[in-house]
Ligand binder design. Structure first.
Ligand SMILES: [Zn+2]
Length: 130
């Protein structure tokens, strides 16, 4: 069995160690709280997803970077589609983008942050841990 690459495991929100187990519990769009619930450890290789208290504090900076990129992207998009935009249109679009992308930027920032600290272990997905 071949594991996905590092980058695709980050964006598909997989455990950085085995690249198989999912980081998040299956969220329901109608129950938004569940979109932010992580497993405490990998269901496959038992890698802890919260190595220390406050571990994800630094993920805020990644989330900030993702939001900045989204801001610039939506502003340029608006500029191209509708050059005569008004400030309130821009603010409305930015607010919508932030709210809609919140679950995604939250999950991706945590996935990227964890992948910075946990090394890939090619054997982790195959050997059963007791
Ligand atoms: Zn794992």
């Amino acid at each position: 069995m071949s594991q996905p690459s590092g980058l695709s495991s980050i964006f598909s929100l997989r455990c950085p160690k085995c690249r198989i187990g999912s980081l998040f519990q299956n969220g329901k769009i109608l129950r938004p709280g569940t979109l932010f619930t992580m497993h405490s450890a990998c269901p496959i290789c038992k890698q802890s997803f919260e190595p220390e208290p406050g571990f994800y504090f630094g993920a805020m900076f990644i989330s900030y970077a993702i939001n900045t990129a989204l801001f610039i992207g939506s502003w340029v998009g608006l500029l191209l589609i509708y050059p005569d935009y008004t400030l309130s249109m821009l603010l409305g679009i930015l607010t919508a983008v932030v709210i809609l992308s919140l679950p995604l930027s939250f999950r991706w920032s945590r996935s990227i942050w964890l992948a910075l600290f946990v090394r890939f272990d090619p054997g982790a997905g195959n050997t059963p841990h007791s």
